[in-house]
Design a protein around this ligand. Structure first.
Ligand code: C2E
Ligand code: CA
Ligand code: CA
Ligand code: CA
Length: 278
């Protein structure tokens, strides 16, 4: 069957139209979710190798969807990033984390810091420092209990703006971490110039640790460099005792991953684990 060019064109148009339509619908749904408070945060512990103690938690967003269950970030963060809704979503996350820290602090126990993921678009298009400052003040918490995680792709924009924003965040007393290190485009000189407190090495490198003899080369180099620059190193995605032992030997400062704990919903107390002795 021979179809005319015109028919094909119309068919293509329709598919395209429907794809756009679906995106608009999902966006509207996500906006509604923000308005009706459907986002929840899970918390994943990070453990300090020297002591085995839980030293901080990472807040990871979930969408408690009314019919589809708990949705993971992969199902809605990319869309939010594309549409710009990530700015509002990010503000909701910052507010929720600060409220949760305030709640935990009122329970009268020692509270460890919580790190918050900030997306590139949120970092570049909104005044994250101001949002943070207001949330910290509104909930009456110590800025020392908050850490911000940024990926290398946040730092590709105008470098003056980037370093100024980073400095402003640190001036609040909030620590800064580079997230997914090793997967992006940042140069080592950029790292030296920007004064981060923590370097989180992407889980892809952790996965290589026990596979090949060269698996630890990257970690060894990064840890040496990070320590020379006064940064702590966190290995992400640690799933086995072998990886954890190897990282301890390499003098990695902290580990995070399923080996320690899955991300957990918030309860009355912070998810502080018993000291882990390797
Ligand atoms: P991320 O910041 O790199 O967070 C770590 C991800 O690795 C989490 O996935 C976590 O559940 C998962 N993970 C933890 N331990 C292990 C492990 O041992 N093995 C493996 N394979 N995975 C592990 P999750 O919660 O699905 O989040 C995915 C990404 O979504 C995050 O990656 C982050 O980029 C983004 N995200 C999560 N919450 C937020 C948020 O509040 N705001 C923004 N802007 N992005 C967020
Ligand atoms: Ca992160
Ligand atoms: Ca990460
Ligand atoms: Ca430093």
């Amino acid at each position: 069957v021979k179809t005319s060019g015109k028919m094909n064109y119309r068919f293509f148009d329709r598919e395209y139209y429907e794809a756009v339509r679906a995106k608009i619908d999902r966006n509207a749904e996500l906006r509604h979710a923000l308005e009706t408070d459907q986002l929840v945060l899970y918390y994943q512990p990070r453990v300090e190798m020297a002591t085995g103690a839980t030293c901080s938690l990472e807040a990871l967003v979930r969408w408690a969807h009314p019919t589809r269950g708990i949705l993971e970030p992969i199902d809605f963060i990319p869309l939010a990033e594309e549409s710009g809704l990530i700015v509002q979503l990010g503000e909701v996350v910052i507010d929720k984390v600060c409220a949760q820290i305030a709640y935990w602090s009122r329970q009268g126990r020692d509270v460890v810091p919580v790190s918050i993921n900030v997306s590139p678009r949120q970092f570049n298009e909104s005044d994250v420092t101001e949002v943070l400052r207001q949330a910290i003040e509104r909930h009456g918490i110590s800025p020392r209990l908050v850490e911000i995680e940024l990926t290398e792709s946040s730092m590709t924009a105008d470098s003056v703006h980037v370093s100024q924003s980073l400095e402003n965040i640190q001036r609040l007393g909030v620590a800064l971490a580079v997230d997914d290190f090793g997967t992006g485009y940042s140069s080592l000189s950029q790292l030296q110039r920007l004064d981060f407190d923590v370097l989180k090495v992407d889980k892809a490198f952790t996965a290589e640790l026990e596979k090949t003899r060269e698996g630890s080369v990257f970690f060894t180099a990064i840890i040496t460099m990070a320590h020379a620059l006064g940064m702590r190193v966190v290995a992400e995605g640690v799933e086995t005792v072998g990886q954890a032992r190897c990282l301890k030997q390499l003098q990695c400062d902290e580990i995070q991953g399923y080996f320690i704990s899955m991300p957990l919903p918030a309860t009355d107390r912070q998810p502080i684990l018993p000291r882990y002795v390797l």
